[in-house]
Design a protein around this ligand. Structure first.
Ligand SMILES: *Cc1c(COP(=O)(O)O)cnc(C)c1O
Length: 232
């Protein structure tokens, strides 16, 4: 099996190619390495290969890896991309750099209240249920504008709203994959038109990242294509 370093290199080339095809600069897309279910030794290997941004779904699992890799903490950025319940906001406010999965004002308000003084503001995205499935988490597209205005009004030394995140329904071909990514981009653009200063579209995973980059993704969240298949 190819090493994590080789996989990362391959992925950076894939991102560069997708950017080139879309007439975008390769620097306009950040690669988030999604390490859920992979232990700290995998994170370490990715770090040694130059990776600095890491995504986790489960708070406790992430905290354990942060503790194991404490000497590297200052050089890493940890992003929470999984569901966040209100009883976990404090530990998230104290330990993460980004939260992509904000799906209600109450969560953002708690994060703002609980972000410790002395840390840079926590960077937030609103998660949008862009494919409109009843079972998926995230705000409905029509709910986003009101919540975005309210979150953007929270103290900016504590939390900064950066943009939108989505996990679209899987689709087989790239044209179908582009549909929800395009919808998220248009939603972001509508918010920007109302005066909000937003710059982040967190969309695209191993299977659909090329389509996401074509539609303007600025952060792609990739696990399998770097670390292999997860054992659940
Ligand atoms: C697991 C996960 C990913 C990574 O998915 P892969 O298909 O392994 O690349 C990205 N985003 C979220 C929210 C995830 O839960």
């Amino acid at each position: 099996m190819a090493s994590i370093e080789a996989k990362l290199q391959e992925l950076r080339q894939r991102i560069a190619r997708a950017c080139h095809d879309a007439g975008r600069s390769a620097q306009s897309v950040t690669l988030l390495a999604v390490t859920k279910t992979f232990d700290a030794t995998y994170v370490r290997q990715a770090f040694d290969a130059g990776q600095r941004e890491f995504g986790e779904n489960y708070v406790q699992e992430a905290l354990a890896k942060m503790a194991e890799l404490a000497p590297l903490r200052a050089e890493m950025q940890w992003h929470l991309i999984g569901p966040l319940q209100s009883n976990k906001t404090r530990v998230v406010a104290e330990n993460f750099d980004w939260v992509h999965s904000v799906d209600r004002l109450k969560i953002a308000a708690r994060l703002a209240e609980q972000r410790p003084a002395g840390l840079p503001p926590l960077q937030l995205c609103l998660q949008v249920n862009i494919s409109g499935e009843a079972s998926k988490s995230g705000l409905l597209p029509e709910e986003v504008a009101e919540v975005a205005q309210a979150v953007a009004a929270l103290p900016r030394d504590k939390v900064v709203l950066r943009g939108l995140m989505a996990i679209p329904e899987p689709a087989a071909d790239s044209e179908s994959q582009r549909v929800p990514h395009r919808a998220l981009r248009e939603l972001l653009s509508d918010l920007i038109d109302t005066g909000l200063k937003l710059d982040t579209l967190s969309m695209g995973m191993s299977a659909d990242m090329d389509a996401a980059v074509a539609e303007g993704a600025t952060i792609v969240r990739v696990g399998t294509a770097i670390f292999g298949h997860r054992q659940l």
